[in-house]
Design a protein. Structure first.
Length: 255
């Protein structure tokens, strides 16, 4: 299962994946109808997003189906963070929060009943946030070289839109689904522009945390890393924009 392929590279995930800026915290909490004091995180990984919210006083319950990822997370987040070893579909829905969020993880969840399940965790007016985005060479010429280098072993390394939304559409997934859900209102998509510069070896290190590469047999995986590193410049400027989707839980209907 692709979603459970990350534990073996938990330390690399922590080393090579960037954290999140304070601007994201302000954007997410500002979308809620009231104060954000508690949060449930779906697919927390090594806690890159966890520490953004927990470090500002939010009581975060961080969940992940991979114990190795949670073990790495515990080394980097405040002791106040509660951790739960469970997949999205296994989590109980008897506790509510001011915020539910997923950082580059929502696409791993089962679409059946996804939105009512998330809504059940949110207090009315609470905010749901999903964020992630591309992490690829900003120079089209370098991107083309990388694509050609990996092509014999790996056709593509991204994850297609879960609902088939074309990349040229203004509203991307999961905003497209949130707009159709009766559980949510005030759906918004925001892009936080970001550029990151890495050395060639570190960029390949980042690729070693991407599920498409992790699924390759070990010999092919090492070969594709070598092929890519050979075509990279010493410093690689990367497009690392953060695409944020926000929505508020609708008011509970009166009975």
């Amino acid at each position: 299962m692709r979603a459970l392929s990350f534990g073996a590279v938990a330390q690399a995930y922590e080393r090579y994946r960037p954290g999140y800026p304070a601007e994201l915290y302000d954007l997410v909490t500002g979308h809620a109808a009231g104060p954000v004091g508690s949060a449930l995180e779906i697919g927390a990984g090594t806690g890159k997003a966890t520490r953004l919210f927990a470090g500002r006083g939010v009581a975060v319950t961080a969940t992940d189906p991979d114990e190795d990822m949670l073990a790495e997370l515990r080394r980097h987040v405040p002791a106040t963070v509660e951790t739960v070893l469970a997949a999205f579909e296994q989590l109980r829905t008897d506790t509510t929060y001011d915020l539910v969020f997923a950082a580059a993880a929502l696409h791993w969840t089962n679409p059946d009943g996804r939105w009512p399940r998330i809504a059940a965790w949110l207090r009315p007016g609470g905010v749901f946030a999903s964020f992630g985005g591309p992490f690829q060479p900003a120079d089209p010429a370098v991107e083309a070289l990388v694509r050609a280098a990996r092509a014999p072993l790996l056709e593509r390394d991204d994850i297609p839109s879960p609902d088939g939304t074309p990349p040229e559409e203004a509203m991307q997934w999961p905003g497209t689904e949130l707009l159709r859900s009766a559980c949510f209102t005030a759906v918004r998509q925001v892009v936080i522009e970001r550029r990151v510069t890495m050395g060639a070896a570190d960029y390949v290190g980042h690729l070693s945390t991407v599920s498409a590469y992790l699924e390759l047999p070990a010999p092919a995986r090492e070969q594709v890393y070598r092929r890519i590193e050979r075509v990279l410049p010493p410093a690689v400027e990367l497009n690392a924009d953060i695409i944020v989707h926000l929505a508020r839980r609708t008011a509970v209907p009166a009975h």
